[in-house]
Design a protein around this ligand. Structure first.
Ligand SMILES: C[S@@+](CC[C@H](N)C(=O)[O-])C[C@H]1O[C@@H](n2cnc3c(N)ncnc32)[C@H](O)[C@@H]1O
Length: 459
């Protein structure tokens, strides 16, 4: 950022969900819109109130057109740890920055927002009256005001120890809301074509944001399933493409996932899903293909690869059998029937990283879920590749001893020659190998046993 550039302070009101995913989302989006994330940003860990210093309101508006982790953004006029501190901070805010929003022809409304405490109507009115010293000249309009101002009070995170007075009080001009409503409007519950592992709508949008997906990008999902991740990318204007080893999934055939329906209907497929949301024009294609044997010519095709590989829990991890092992009279099956050859998770992730390193454009991102058995997890287990830089690694707990980690990597170096990276295949370079037994550990009862032991030592 140019040193002469003046930064304005904005208050972000974050959603209290998927806490670990919030910072990488905001950082990724800011870098997409030219508002670098400086280390001086005040993000307050788990708190819903973050202060951002960014160069322009345009960047703030662009950020809110994409985020599902933030609820709203405000131009911050004042901040304090007591009402007195807030008022003196407001008195120091330059009047020339306030005037355009307070003049006599304008209409406005002041809202009170509290976190971890509910105020009575009387208490709210008191707070509004205390702001009389601000040079408001416009008329109050509660239904359709031109400008909305908010007092935001933060009573901390502990619902069992709510303080009498707020830890922090903010006052700001509301600028825009985020895209939280997408979580409802794209809910899997209302989706035409779904499967056992269809990705939750909120997480799909977070993944597309971590992947910095933008208009006219080409986004690929090599384990496409019912295409949940393609939908989120298409919503942000990217052209989408996917492959899956399962013939029935790609062609929308076979048993339905919904309880009250036996077979999938004639139009239950990924294309119809995109059509349901008015996004069909972004559909490139989906093919039956095995991710362990990519059939791509050498080249860089994708701006982002966003995917949820199988862990072997609700769907098997499979690779196709070599064609020669089918007898002649069954040779046609090789196109339709993936043989359940075990596809070790470590091989699958190594293939995925190699494929991303080869086919992503420089600066393009790979976003994927890595399942881990938490008692054994260490950061060294996260697969790496010399062409890909780790951007973020966020945990989502699945059970007391298992979780999945959302890994985001960026291509920072040109891929030269596959052979050059063959050393990555050696055991030494695969600390994730222990996790090949993720499925066994998940089902073995180890998880339950440890939880039981832990409970008995606590008693
Ligand atoms: C977790 S699901 C993906 C779900 C998807 N994100 C959705 O929203 O429906 C993983 C998918 O990987 C597919 N798969 C398993 N092994 C594969 C392989 N070797 N190559 C390509 N796809 C594979 C499975 O058929 C399954 O549809």
């Amino acid at each position: 950022m140019a040193p002469s550039c003046t930064l304005n302070r904005y208050l972000l009101l974050m959603a209290q969900e998927h806490l670990e995913f919030r910072l990488p989302e905001i950082k990724s989006l800011l870098s997409l819109f030219g508002g670098q994330f400086a280390s001086s940003q005040e993000t307050y860990g788990k708190s819903p109130f973050w202060i951002l210093s960014i160069p322009s309101e345009d960047i703030a508006r662009n950020l809110m057109k994409r985020t599902v982790c933030a609820k709203s953004i405000f131009e911050l006029w004042g901040h304090g740890q007591s009402p007195e501190e807030l008022y003196s901070s407001l008195k120091n805010y330059p009047v020339e920055k306030m005037v355009p929003f307070l003049h006599s022809d304008s209409t406005y409304k002041i809202k009170i927002h509290t976190f971890n405490k509910t105020l009575t109507q009387e208490e709210k009115i008191k707070r509004i009256d205390a702001l009389e010293f601000l040079p408001f000249e416009g008329k109050v309009n509660l239904k359709k005001p031109q400008h909305v101002f908010s007092v935001l009070e933060d009573y901390g995170l502990d619902p069992n120890r709510i303080p009498e007075n707020p830890h922090n009080i903010y006052f700001g001009r509301w600028i825009a809301d985020g895209q939280r409503e997408l979580i409802e409007s794209y809910s899997v519950k209302k989706r035409h074509f779904i499967g056992n592992t269809s990705m939750d709508a909120g997480l799909s949008f977070i993944m597309a944001n971590h992947g910095k997906v933008k208009e006219n990008d080409i986004v690929f999902d090599p384990f496409v399933g019912t295409g949940g991740l393609l939908i989120a990318s298409a919503h942000f204007g990217a052209y989408v493409y996917g492959t899956d080893i399962d013939y029935n999934t790609v062609h929308g055939l076979g048993k339905a996932t919904r309880k009250n329906q036996k077979w999938r209907g004639p139009d239950e497929n990924i294309r119809a899903n995109l059509r349901q949301y008015g996004l069909e024009k972004y559909y490139l294609d989906v093919l039956v293909s095995d991710a362990s044997k990519p059939s791509w010519r050498k080249g860089t095709y994708f701006d982002a690869i966003i995917t949820d590989p199988p862990y072997g829990i609700r769907e098997s991890t499979r690779r196709t059998e070599e064609a020669c092992s089918f007898p002649d009279n069954l040779a046609f099956l090789k196109f339709h029937v993936p043989v359940s050859l075990s596809y070790h998770l470590s091989d699958m992730f190594l293939d995925l990283l190699n494929f991303a390193a080869e086919t992503l454009v420089l600066g393009g991102r790979l976003v994927y879920w890595l399942p881990v058995y938490t008692p054994e997890y260490t950061e060294e287990m996260v697969p790496w590749h010399p062409c890909l830089k780790l951007i973020s690694n966020c945990e989502q707990k699945l059970s007391s001893h298992t979780s999945r980690r959302l890994i985001t990597m960026e291509k920072v170096q040109k891929f030269e020659n596959r052979d050059q990276y063959s050393h990555l295949l050696s055991d030494h370079f695969l600390p994730y190998q222990g996790h090949n037994s993720f499925r066994e550990k998940y089902f073995s009862g180890v998880t339950k046993r440890i939880a039981k032991e832990e409970k008995s030592t606590q008693e």
